[in-house]
Design a protein around this ligand. Sequence first.
Ligand code: MCU
Length: 408
Amino acid sequence: IPSTQASSTIPTTTLVTSVTSPPPASSASSSSATRATSTSAATCSALPGSISLKANAKLNDLFTMFNGDKVTTKDKFACRQAEMSELIQRYELGTLPGRPATVTASFSGNTLTINCGDSGKSISFTVTITYPSSGSAPYPAIIGYGGGSLPAPAGVAMINFNNDNIAAQVNTGSRGQGKFYDLYGKTHSAGAMTAWAWGVSRVIDALELTPSARIDTTRIGVTGCSRNGKGAMVAGAFEKRIVLTLPQESGAGGSACWRISDYLKSQGANIQTASEIIGEDPWFATAFNSYVNQVPTLPFDHHSLAALIAPRGLFVIDNNIDWLGPQSCFGCMTAARSAWQALGVPNNIGYSQIGSHAHCAFPSNQQSQLTAFVQKFLLNQSTNTAIFQSDFTFSPSQWVDWTTPTLS
Ligand code: MCU
């Protein structure tokens, strides 16, 4: 089916002809970004407030700090992750706020209500929990953006997260709409994906506060497909309490790398790129608009975003739809895998691209792979997650000019 069917389900018509404002000053605030992403940030060197970006056609080195220091230890890699998180927030996704001043929760039926308050404003939203018919409480759970598009695994609760309610994604006119912006203001720098990740963190806060919901908050996964797969990857990157991230058919803005997608487009592929995607929905900060036509200046790519998840579990599920850039996704995740290799857990990241099925229709021949990841990370079983497969090829010599250390 692949490409032809894809073009009818995935519109490719929106084009962007202009770029807008530079990053607002607030998005350059290092304190909020680092606080939100790393507990060891206090011992890490701070990024300068103002950075002059240098073009780099290759995928950025995951193991050299912005100031040139080499990363040789796991602790230093945590600093590098905090730094990459801050860079990604600054130039692509917008600032992730930490926990608001108040978070309270109530639970009734299968509905968890989350109330958040800060600076005199408050919002409330709900998620619904579907419990498994097997296993025992407290259950592990997978938070599904828009309910998710994966079959519910045995023994695992599914939490339906209405991400559109937190930040709308109808078209570019959706910017600033949703509960996140009701709390933080319509002009907050966070794009929709950052707002959703913030929402996921509040769901986990609420579950921690609510033992009667019978969810084990040390065993939480996140998933979503397509646009929601991009969002799931961002949530996994920003929220360390998530132990398994399952982005499905996420494409550009998810498991694809901007640089590789631009290259494939230059070779004639019908593939979504950075300059195209910003005309579709407010998934990114407006700051990103200034870089979509000069992608090599970005001090990261999406292998860096994925690397924020290491050493936690990541299983990337892809299709073979041209627009989603499966070749870019495979290359990008192969580069990302270096982070898990450096940390000594290469099989905590898996990649599986299997095509010939409708967009977001999880195929039965990926089931055993998904089950292996779910059992390992959510059910504490010992399974074989050495899964890294694609119909496409990746040439490291074209994209990677750094080496993968073994971190002590
Ligand atoms: C793969 O995610 C998106 C894609 O980025 C968009 O260009 C397309 O319109 O929609 C996809 C999607 O979310 O499909 C449900």
